[in-house]
Design a protein around this ligand. Structure first.
Ligand code: TRP
Length: 327
């Protein structure tokens, strides 16, 4: 599982509950693809979640749900390591050590920090500021080179490279500069048709929800706002429903043609998308039900994952502490 010769992959996901279509198209497809031919490590980042949620029960439940969803989607613990961030507290120590080479100006100007100041003005906690430093530690502690993520993480990955470089410059070459790996749909828009699909924005299409709920989410999607009458031609290039069809069938051009010529209407195209998505995810939905029925399974996978990583984390901390003059 962790042979030295395969290129190492690491990614982390916030425990926001059940994975949605945006998570899948933007990053999880790559998690699953890269578990072959790579030494892949995937993490549910519950420490990071504390920057925006202070509900302990929710964090625990959502961590479990996210892990269950990933396993149902095909993440295979025989091939890749899946673990919970807080089960490897060495991440927090490395984050602290890395933070000593990070100028405050770097983290203050991070786009996600500026956004959080806007979206949670009453909770601009210190951990929000150091969020990207912890993210860097997550990756660097295992010397991962490739990091499958959505486009929203590009700035964090750029910062991770700078932080690693700053540490290497001061204490000698040790850490690998990580590279982001995107899918061919690195940005997935939500049901509003404008903003990125995100649980916190309430614009998601679920993967594991009730069929009726998923159909409703898809039927509520905003399409081409300039197409007012059923007889108006549609513009598939701007229509989010048409864009999503690209990933759930091999005949999207035919569907697009129907829209352009007004042979089909938005309602037809949405209904078709709902059918196709439900078919596409049928196996994962079934698998989730199976895994959910196995008591203790998810917790056991997470526990074993963290245990596998213990020697690697310890070795990195040993070298870093030594080079930095500690202990
Ligand atoms: N910030 C990432 C997100 O919000 C989650 C994350 C934490 C992560 N640590 C990481 C992603 C390390 C990639 C690598 O989605």
């Amino acid at each position: 599982m962790t042979t030295e010769t395969l290129p190492r992959v690491f990614s982390g996901v916030q425990p926001s509950g059940l994975p949605h279509v945006g998570n899948y198209l933007g990053a999880f497809r790559n998690y699953i693809a890269m578990q072959d031919g790579h030494d892949a490590i995937y993490c549910i980042v519950d420490y990071h979640a504390l920057t925006s949620t202070h509900d302990s029960e929710l964090i625990r439940r959502n961590t479990h749900e996210m892990a269950l969803g990933l396993l149902a989607l095909g993440l295979d613990p025989e091939k890749a390591v899946l673990f919970r961030q807080s089960d490897r507290p060495e991440h927090a120590e490395l984050a602290y050590l890395l933070s000593t080479v990070v100028p405050v100006s770097w983290v203050e100007r991070t786009p996600s920090f500026k956004e959080k100041k806007r979206t949670q003005p009453d909770d601009v906690n210190h951990a929000l500021l150091t969020y990207p430093v912890l993210q860097t530690a997550d990756i660097a502690i295992y010397h991962a080179r490739y990091v499958p993520v959505g486009k929203d993480q590009a700035a964090h990955l750029e910062l991770a490279r700078e932080i690693v470089r700053a540490w290497n410059a001061r204490y000698g070459d040790y850490f690998v500069e990580p590279e982001a790996v995107f899918t061919d749909s690195p940005v997935v828009r939500g049901t509003d048709g404008v903003q990125k699909m995100s649980k916190s924005l309430g614009n998601v299409v679920e993967i594991f929800g009730d069929e009726a709920v998923i159909r409703k989410q898809i039927m509520s999607m905003v399409t081409d706002t300039q197409r007012v009458l059923r007889t108006d031609p549609g513009r598939p290039e701007v229509c989010n429903v048409c864009q999503l069809h690209r990933f759930f069938g091999d005949d999207y051009e035919l569907i697009w043609d129907g829209e352009r010529t007004a042979r089909t209407g938005c309602v037809d195209t949405k209904r078709l998308l709902a059918d196709r998505m439900l078919t596409f995810f049928a196996e994962a939905r079934e698998r989730r039900r199976e895994l959910e029925a196995k008591p203790g399974y998810v917790e056991e996978v997470l526990r074993a994952g963290a245990e596998t990583l213990a020697p690697m984390a310890a070795e990195t901390l040993r070298v870093v502490r030594d080079r930095m003059g500690l202990g």
